[in-house]
Design a protein around this ligand. Structure first.
Ligand code: GUN
Ligand code: ZN
Length: 428
C-alpha cells in the first residue's frame, strides 16, 4: 500500500563535522511517499505532487524517528534518585531495583511502559540495557516486537554483581546464546552482548564475552566506558598493566567496529586513537553525565580523533526520555568545554549518528528512499514559549529552540514503519 505525506522534511544523514552543510537535507514543502512501511520516494511537493495526489498533510517539522544509543529500561522507575555519584548510586538505587526483574510479569509491565514512553518522545529505535535476567530481555523484545520498534538489546553479563543480580561465566554464555538464537534478526530486533562494565565481570567472563562476539559477527557489543573518576581509578587499580580503561576491554577482544561504549568522558588520547582505529562508537549521554556529576563529554577531543558518535538518554541516570532535550543538554555540555554543537549536528547525533553506531543506518535515521519510514512530527508551537521564540524564525533557530526548550511536549506524532504509533492528545 502506498501513502503520501506532505510536510516540511528535515534529515541529516552524515555528520556535518565531516560532510558540512551538504549533510542536511531539507524540503520546506516536501512529499514523503511510503510503500509497505518503507520510503519509496521523497522530494519537493511541487515535483512529486502529480504522481501522488491527495497526500496527508503533516502538521509540523518532520524528522527521522530518534535513535537512543544508550538507555536502561529497568531503571525507568529509578529516575530522579537523589544524592550519589555513579558507584554509590548503583549500589543504593539501581541494583535493588534491577533485582525485581527476576519476575517476568514485573519486567513485562515496565517494558510496556518504557516502549510507550519512547514512542511518546519520538524515539523509534534504541540500544537498551535490560538486567542480568534472561526474562528481562524476553519482556523487552516482546514489547518492542508488538510495537514494531527497532530495538537492540542483550542480557547483562555481571558475574561479579551483588547477590541476586549476578550470573556465572557459564550461565552468562548459555543465556546469551539462547537469546541470540531466539531473537537476533526477528522482526526489527537485534542482539548486543552486554557486559555491564569492566568492574562487574571477572576476567574469565570478559574473555568469554570477547569469544562470543567473535563467534557472532551479526551482533553488537554494548557497555560503559570511563564515566566517572572513581570508576576510572578502580579500573586502574584492578588492571595495573592496562594502558587505560579502554585497554582493559581491548585485551579481551571487546574493542571492535561493532562496539558501542556509553559515556567516554575521561578518555586518554591513546584510547581515542584506538577507538578511531577500531571503528568503535561512543554514545554521548549528557543528561546522565550532568545528573550523576560525572563530567562533560569532550567533543573537541572526540572530533580531533574523528570518533563515531551517537546520543543516549541513559535513563535512569539520564533524567529525560526526550532526545530533543538530550540534544539541548549536549549543546550545553559542549559549550562548558568551549566547543560548539550545531543544531543540525545534534539532530544527526540523535538520528543517523546513533543509527550508525547500532549498524542500522542502512535501515533508519535519514528518511532516504529504501529506508524504513520511522519519523516524527515536531510542533515548534507546542508551548507558548516555543511558539513565541520560533514565530517567523529560520530553520536553524527553530531546530535549536526545539532542542533547548522542547521535550516530549513537542512530539505531535510518531510514525513507525509509516503507521502512526503516537499522536499527542490535543487539537491540531
Ligand atoms: N556503569 C555500570 N552500570 C551502569 C549503569 O547502570 N548506569 C550508568 N550510567 N553507568 C553504569
Ligand atoms: Zn548506562
Amino acid at each position: 500500500m502506498i501513502r503520501a505525506y506532505r510536510g516540511e522534511l528535515l534529515s541529516v544523514a552524515h555528520d556535518p563535522r565531516d560532510a558540512g552543510r551538504e549533510a542536511v537535507r531539507h524540503e520546506p514543502d516536501g512529499l514523503l511517499v511510503v510503500e509497505d512501511g518503507v520510503v519509496l520516494d521523497r522530494g519537493p511537493y511541487a515535483a512529486l505532487a502529480a504522481r501522488y495526489p491527495e497526500p496527508e498533510v503533516l502538521p509540523g517539522l518532520v524528522v527521522p524517528g530518534f535513535v537512543d544509543a544508550h538507555v536502561h529500561y529497568p531503571q525507568t522507575d529509578r529516575i530522579a534518585s537523589h544524592g550519589e555519584q555513579l558507584l554509590d548510586w548503583l549500589d543504593k538505587h539501581i541494583f535493588p531495583a534491577e533485582k525485581a526483574f527476576a519476575d517476568k510479569a514485573h519486567a513485562e509491565e515496565v517494558a510496556a511502559f518504557f516502549c510507550d514512553e519512547l514512542l511518546r518522545n519520538g524515539t523509534t529505535s534504541a540500544l537498551v540495557y535490560p538486567t542480568v535476567h534472561e526474562q528481562s530481555v524476553d519482556a523487552l523484545f516482546e514489547a518492542a516486537l508488538a510495537r514494531r520498534m527497532r530495538v537492540v538489546s542483550g542480557k547483562v553479563l555481571m558475574d561479579l554483581g551483588p547477590e541476586g543480580l549476578n550470573d556465572t561465566v557459564a550461565s552468562g554464555r548459555a543465556g546469551s546464546e539462547a537469546l541470540i538464537r531466539r531473537w537476533q534478526g526477528r522482526g526489527r530486533l537485534g542482539y548486543a552482548i552486554t557486559p555491564r562494565f569492566v568492574l562487574a565481570s571477572s576476567d574469565a567472563q570478559l574473555a568469554d564475552a570477547g569469544a562470543l562476539l567473535a563467534a557472532h559477527p551479526e551482533v553488537l557489543m554494548h557497555t560503559h566506558l570511563a564515566e566517572n573518576v572513581h570508576e576510572v581509578a578502580a579500573v586502574a587499580a584492578r588492571f595495573p598493566d592496562a594502558a587505560d580503561y579502554l585497554d582493559a576491554y581491548d585485551r579481551f577482544g571487546l574493542v571492535t567496529r561493532r562496539a558501542v561504549f556509553a559515556h567516554g568522558i575521561h578518555l586518554t588520547e591513546r584510547s581515542c586513537a584506538r577507538l578511531h582505529e577500531s571503528g568503535a562508537g561512543v554514545a554521548v549521554c549528557p543528561s546522565s553525565n550532568l545528573f550523576l556529576g560525572s563530567g562533560h563529554f569532550d567533543f573537541g577531543q572526540a572530533d580531533r580523533h574523528a570518533l563515531r558518535l551517537g546520543l543516549g538518554t541513559d535513563i535512569g541516570a539520564g533524567t529525560s526520555f526526550s532526545l530533543l532535550r538530550t540534544a539541548g543538554l549536549a549543546y550545553q555540555a559542549a559549550l562548558a568545554r568551549e566547543d560548539r554543537l550545531d543544531p543540525f549536528r545534534a539532530l544527526y547525533l540523535a538520528t543517523a549518528g546513533s543509527a550508525a553506531l547500532l549498524h542500522i543506518a542502512d535501515r533508519v535515521g535519514a528518511l532516504e528512499p529504501g529506508q524504513e519510514a520511522d519519523f516524527v512530527v515536531l510542533d515548534s508551537a507546542a508551548t507558548p514559549l516555543l511558539a513565541r521564540r520560533t514565530a517567523g524564525a529560520d530553520l536553524a533557530t527553530r531546530l535549536f529552540a526545539l532542542q533547548i526548550l522542547g521535550d516530549e511536549r513537542a512530539i505531535a506524532r510518531t510514525y513507525v514503519m509509516g503507521e502512526c504509533a503516537w499522536r499527542a492528545p490535543r487539537p491540531e
